[in-house]
Design a protein around this ligand. Structure first.
Ligand code: G3H
Length: 257
């Protein structure tokens, strides 16, 4: 089955979102071009997205216009404009032809002390600018060991997802923090339990929209484990860090959908 972009139907079209983090110079645009023109992408059932550094956003979006690859940003400010040195607004991302903005990534939560309220206002700003917000949640290793994973996820969902969230404008990415960049992943059963819990929370709050919201798994996804993760119930794609930096690996993960 091949999905059209607009087809959310009964099945949820998977999304493979690459997050380049603070990696990529102008010469990396050649890699974006290669991915966007790949026949592997053309026949994949996944919607493909790469969230590049802000410096590459417009060039990458122009270069990939009309291809199956979408280009997104990794953060946005909650205000539309103002005296916020170094920040970019959701409107600026849309103006640069970006389609998505990641908000609340654990690196922003931990390094820049972003709280749920801040993430929620960033997601609302993304929605206002007609972007899709990819809202990240996930527990630390300490919280997991303390059997607090579901409690943490419940709090982050309640605090970070704005009331205007719909299946079209919001994606939730579950990323256990201890699995990011470590090569370690939760068991299939643990991913399944977390995603089933997230789905139930979203369905309880947003009804049908929550039933259809995409839930991505993130944390050490690579070609060798992608197929097993992507077939878990309520896993509707992946948020991929390190492996998205290599075109062949990213395309292999898309092909696993
Ligand atoms: O945004 C992506 C995640 O932080 C996962 O990164 P990773 O695939 O390098 O573990």
């Amino acid at each position: 089955m091949k999905w059209e972009d607009s087809d959310m139907g009964s099945a949820i079209r998977p999304l493979v979102a690459g997050n380049w983090k603070m990696n990529g110079m102008r010469d990396s645009l050649a890699q974006i071009k290669h991915v966007s023109e790949s026949s592997a992408l053309a026949i994949s059932n996944a919607e493909a997205l790469i969230c590049v550094p802000a410096t590459l956003l417009h060039s990458a979006a122009v270069m990939t216009a009309g291809t199956p690859l979408r280009i997104g940003a990794q953060n946005c400010h909650h205000e539309e404009d103002g005296a916020y040195t170094g920040d970019i607004s959701a409107g600026m991302i849309a103006d640069s032809l970006g389609s998505h903005a990641i908000v609340g990534h654990s690196e922003r939560r931990l390094v820049y002390r972003e709280c749920d309220a801040s993430v929620r206002s960033k997601a609302a700003a993304a929605h206002k600018a007609s972007l899709t917000a990819i809202i990240c949640i996930g527990e630390t290793e300490e919280e997991r060991i303390g059997d607090r994973t579901l409690e943490v996820l419940r709090c982050q969902l309640a605090g970070s997802v704005p009331d205007g969230a719909t299946a079209a404008n919001t994606v939730i990415a579950y990323e256990p923090i201890w699995a990011i960049g470590t090569g370690r992943t939760p068991s299939i059963a643990d991913i399944a339990a977390a995603h089933a819990f997230i789905r139930a929370e979203l369905s309880g709050r947003f009804n049908g929209e929550g039933d259809r919201m995409r839930l991505l798994y993130g944390g050490s996804v690579k070609p060798s484990n992608a197929a097993g993760i992507l077939e878990i119930d309520h896993v509707n794609g992946a948020l991929v860090g390190g492996a998205s930096l290599m075109a062949a690996d990213y395309l292999a993960i898309c092909a696993a959908c």
